[in-house]
Design a protein around this ligand. Structure first.
Ligand code: PBG
Length: 328
């Protein structure tokens, strides 16, 4: 019982004491807010499975960016929803594509915002896969190298539009090296590469696929996304991306993979982001709506958990709310 006398009670006795010994802090500057820009909507179109999140038109971007800057949010992650989809996702790398136009508009409206672009084909392909697909009857194959070529074109077109960071989320092999090489060769040496280095094949992406209109029309993403059971394999995938030149890493989803986040941060010591994905958002929103959970406390606890597990940055749909809560 003797050890009880050593309980550091006084360290919890007042707010000031608690703040002084707090190990993990959260700062609005660590938040990244995802934005869905659609060619098909005018103004804002709410996403029903993600209350509070909307697809935005190009014309509503100005206002959105200004309110983000006011809240102290420094970085956004852009997803595009094109009007036209085709087999090869050609709107992903068109100079006049939705993301390319959005980046230019944002750089005009709020040059200080760090613009990160999602580099993937799934929102642009008619079949909804992240790469080029060869289909024969009921069988299909996602063609790695052909996909990488288009992903490189996509990343270059984002850089040309003024993106600060490109973030390939497709999980094809070799795409990080190919994108880095192409960026450097074309003079975009200052554009950073943030890799979704370990992206698991997850049920928690469900609502996003509504938001981005990117659900696969057949099959699933199991052949190119990670098995939730494999942490060591995830570390090997991350190692490849680091060797190929990824400067920032993403672990995704967040909540079920905090162990992976911790290991990635410990092992690679690179700036590491966690993606607090759509399903994690939707489930708290739903429970809060039912009166079953206290949203603000639950979210702040989640954010603290991400930070404690090693996240330098948090990609979250709650970024605006968290910014407000941090300031209150
Ligand atoms: C793929 C991509 C996905 C997400 C971000 N980029 C979905 C997928 O792999 O199906 C999910 C993000 C979320 O669920 O919030 N381009």
């Amino acid at each position: 019982m003797l050890h009880l006398t050593h309980r550091p009670r006084r360290l919890r006795s007042s707010d000031k004491m608690r703040q002084m010994v707090q190990e993990t802090r959260l700062d609005v500057r660590q938040l990244i807010y995802p934005l869905f820009i659609s060619e098909k909507v005018s103004g804002r179109s709410e996403i029903s499975s993600m209350p509070g999140v909307a697809q935005l038109s190009l014309s509503s971007l100005d206002q959105e960016c200004h309110s983000l800057v006011q809240l102290g949010i420094n970085a956004i992650l852009l997803f595009g929803i094109p009007d036209q989809k085709d087999e090869n996702g050609s709107q992903a790398y068109a100079e006049t594509g939705i993301v390319q136009r959005a980046v230019r508009a944002i750089k005009q409206a709020a040059p200080e915002l760090i613009v990160i672009t999602d580099v993937c084909l799934c929102e642009y392909t008619s079949h909804g896969h992240c790469g080029v697909v060869a289909k024969e009857g009921n069988r299909y194959d996602v063609l790695n190298d052909a996909s990488v070529e288009l992903l490189v074109k996509t990343a270059i077109s984002h850089a040309a539009a003024g993106a600060d960071i490109v973030a390939p989320s497709d999980m094809m092999d070799g795409r990080v090296g190919a994108i880095r090489t192409a960026l450097d060769a074309q003079g975009y040496t200052n554009v950073a590469l943030m890799s979704y280095a370990s992206k698991f094949c997850s049920a928690f992406y469900g609502p996003f696929r509504d938001a981005a209109e990117s659900a696969p029309q057949f099959g699933d993403r199991r052949t190119y996304q990670m098995d939730p059971a494999n942490a060591l394999e995830a570390l090997r995938e991350v190692a490849l991306d680091v060797e190929e030149g990824a400067e920032l890493l993403i672990v995704k989803p967040g909540l079920p993979y905090l162990d992976v986040l911790w290991r990635v941060k410990e092992r690679f010591e690179l700036p590491t982001a966690v993606y607090n994905v759509s399903g994690e958002y939707a489930m708290v929103k739903a429970a809060a709506k039912m009166g079953w959970i206290e949203e603000q406390r639950a979210v702040m606890e989640m954010m603290t958990g991400f930070r404690r597990a090693g996240a330098d940055m948090i990609i979250t749909y709650w970024a605006k709310d968290v910014a407000v809560w941090l300031n209150s």
